[in-house]
Design a protein around this ligand. Structure first.
Ligand code: UTP
Length: 287
């Protein structure tokens, strides 16, 4: 089996972020900041660190702040330069000309549909999908790419959740387990309480083969009436290698208010510049 190298990553950012209203009424959810960086930047940095060369954003109306974030900000840069301020915090965000590539989803019909909107840019290559509202600390995609380069095929995250939460996620039916790799026999999106075959959920990191796009050509509505990526990729099980990958690091669900606060607190405490002040305040608050 030849393993095609992974070069492209799709970032679906066209969702409405209704769980985070009112913050997300006029601002993209993916631009919410954890300490001082928007979620989308954490995800892009994670992909670049993993060796991804082409960034593809699936956007929608009202998401122009995302595009501006990766562009030059002439006014800001000129003013900062004139005032003798360092540009170090903004100059490496800008991507090279022609990158990222932006495609429009037009209507938020579900994650599967969002990924399918990138089909012309993905072409006949394997590709990664990163959901930026899940903040991963510890280089999730880099670890996944290392595993992919050994086993090829399709690789999805596989993380343990408490049994009572399995109805919120895509859940894996596991086969053979080999270290951090779990053979995937089935993935079921949001199984009803008590029916899940394991407590291994699929977080928002995927490496998929391009054949999934052909499946999404004929979409079916799944859980929540949405076109689910899980349903489409599940059809590749048994036809191509399909593994779950358990990463060594921390996941924060920043699409959820509590997860977002946890991420801010954890990352702030880990910072050299503000960690001690935040720790002292948190202790005082809890006392
Ligand atoms: P979510 O389901 O968490 O995002 O999708 P959402 O729909 O924006 O949020 P809620 O549930 O209403 O609060 C995870 C990622 O997939 C993108 C979202 O932008 C988010 O980054 N997405 C989701 C799309 O791009 N298109 C869709 O149709 C759905």
């Amino acid at each position: 089996m030849t393993i095609k190298p992974l070069r492209k990553a799709v970032f679906p950012v066209a969702g409405l972020g209704t769980r985070f209203l009112p913050a997300t009424k006029a601002m993209p959810k993916e631009m919410l900041t954890v300490v001082d960086k928007p979620l989308i930047q954490y995800a892009v940095e994670e992909a670049l660190e993993a060796g991804i060369e082409q960034i593809i954003f699936v956007t929608g109306r009202g998401k122009s702040a995302l595009e501006d974030h990766f562009d030059i900000s002439y006014e800001l840069e000129a003013t900062m330069k004139a005032r003798g301020k360092s540009l170090s915090l903004i100059e490496n965000i800008r991507q090279k000309p022609g990158s990222p590539v932006y495609v429009r989803q037009q209507e938020p019909l579900g994650l599967g549909h969002a990924v399918w909107c990138a089909r012309e840019i993905v072409g006949d290559e394997p590709f990664a999908v990163l959901l930026p509202d899940e903040l991963m600390v510890g280089g999730f995609m880099k670890q996944m790419v290392e595993a992919y380069n050994k086993v090829g095929g399709n690789l999805i995250g596989a993380l343990e959740v408490p049994a009572e939460e399995t109805d919120k996620y895509g859940i894996i039916t596991p086969g053979k387990i080999d270290g951090r790799l779990t053979e995937v026999l089935e993935v079921i999106e949001k199984p009803k309480q008590g029916t899940a075959k394991s407590n291994l959920m699929t977080p928002g990191r995927y490496i998929l083969q391009p054949e999934v796009m052909k499946i999404l050509d004929n979409p079916v509505k799944g859980a929540g009436g949405e076109i689910q990526l899980t349903d489409a990729m599940a059809q590749l099980i048994g036809k191509q290698p399909f593994h779950g990958f358990t990463f060594d690091g921390q996941r924060y669900d920043c699409g959820d208010k509590a997860g977002f606060i946890q991420a801010n607190l954890a990352l702030a405490l880990a910072r050299d510049d503000i960690g001690s002040v935040v720790r002292a305040f948190a202790k005082e608050l809890l006392a």
